[in-house]
Design a protein around this ligand. Sequence first.
Ligand SMILES: Cc1cc2nc3c(=O)[nH]c(=O)nc-3n(C[C@H](O)[C@H](O)[C@H](O)COP(=O)(O)O)c2cc1C
Length: 347
Amino acid sequence: MSRPFPPPPFKIGDLVIDPPILQAPMAGFTNAAFRQMVRDYGGSGLIATEMVNARGFAWMDEHAEEHPDRLWGVAEEARPLAVQIWDNDPQTMAKVGRRLVEEYRVSVVDINFGCPVRQVTEKAHSGSYLLRTPQRMFEIISKLVEACSPTPVTAKIRLGCSPESINCNDVAKVVEEAGAAALTVHGRTAKDMFRGHADWDRISEIKGHLKNIPLIGNGDLDSAEKVVHAFKTYDVDGVMIARACLGRPWLFSQAAAALRGDPVPPDPTLAEQRDCMLRHYQLVVDRFGEEKGTVLMRKYACCYAQGKHGARYFRTNVARVNTAEEFHRVVEEYFPSFSNEEVKAMS
Ligand SMILES: Cc1cc2nc3c(=O)[nH]c(=O)nc-3n(C[C@H](O)[C@H](O)[C@H](O)COP(=O)(O)O)c2cc1C
C-alpha cells in the first residue's frame, strides 16, 4: 500500500503526534535532563521517560517513600510526555497508571512488553516475557486502560520472544482489542537482544492486522535519511528513535526537517555539541549533586563524543572523573575539537 509523503501527524487517543517521530524510552538514559535536550532542539512529537517499575512505585507509595528517581521532572516538564511502566500484575499496573494520570497528569501511559533483560524477564516475568502470554497482556492493558481513561495507554513490543516464536501479528490484535491507543514495535525478537538488523518488513506487515490504532516502527534508525526511507518504504504511522539520539539529541530536528522536505540542518558545531553536553551535565548535577551527578554523567558524556576523532581519549579520561572541576578539565582537554573530515583534510 502506498502511503502519503510527507507522513501526516497521527493521533494517540486525542493527542496529536506531530511530527510523527518519537523519542524512545531508554533505561538509564532518558531522564529529565536528556529529555530537556531533546525538547530544546525540537523535532520529536512525543518524548518518553525511562521504564518505571510499577511494583516498586506502588511499594514506595504505600510506605510513604519518595517516588522513584525515574519520575524526576515528570510532574513539571512540558507536554506531551509518555511515561513507560512495567510489571506483570494488572492491578498493580492499574494502580500506578491511575497515579500517573491523576497526580502527574502524563499525556500517555506506555507499557513495556519488550524488555529482554533477565532481571525483568526471568526474574519478574515481565517485559518481553509477557509476549508468550497474550491473554495476560490483554488483562494488563484492559485494566490499565480502564484506570487511566481518558488518558491513552500504549504498548511497546518486540516481534516475539525468539525467531522461532514470532507472534507480533497476533499480539498486535490483542493489544488493540484490549483498548490500547497505539502500538510500537521494535523489529527484533527478545532473544536477538540488539544483534542483526531490525526487520522492518515484519513491522510493516503488522499494519494489516490492526484496525484503527497507529503503528510506530522502531529499530536502527540513525539518520534523517533512514527516517525518510522508513516512512517511504514501510507501512507505519510513526517512527521511534532510541540509541542514535543518545549524544545526538538534535537528530529529531534533522529528521523532522527531512520529512517536511526542508534541507537537513547540519550537526551542531563541536563547540555547540560540547555546550549541549555541559548544559546536560548541569541539569544532572542540579538534581543529584556534584558527586553522584558527575559519576552519572560519565556515560552520557561518552555518548556525546562517540564516533568523533579522539573519542577514545575522552572516554578513557571522563570515565574517571569525580568532581565538577575534573569533569570540566577533561572536557576542556579531551572533548573532540576537530571533526573526522577536518582531521582527514589535515593529514
Ligand atoms: C540503553 C538502553 C535502554 C533501553 N531502555 C528501554 C526502556 O526502558 N524501555 C523500552 O521499551 N525500551 C528500552 N530500550 C529499547 C529501545 O527503546 C529501542 O526499542 C531499541 O534500542 C531499538 O531502537 P534503536 O535501534 O533506535 O536503538 C532500551 C535500549 C537501550 C539501548
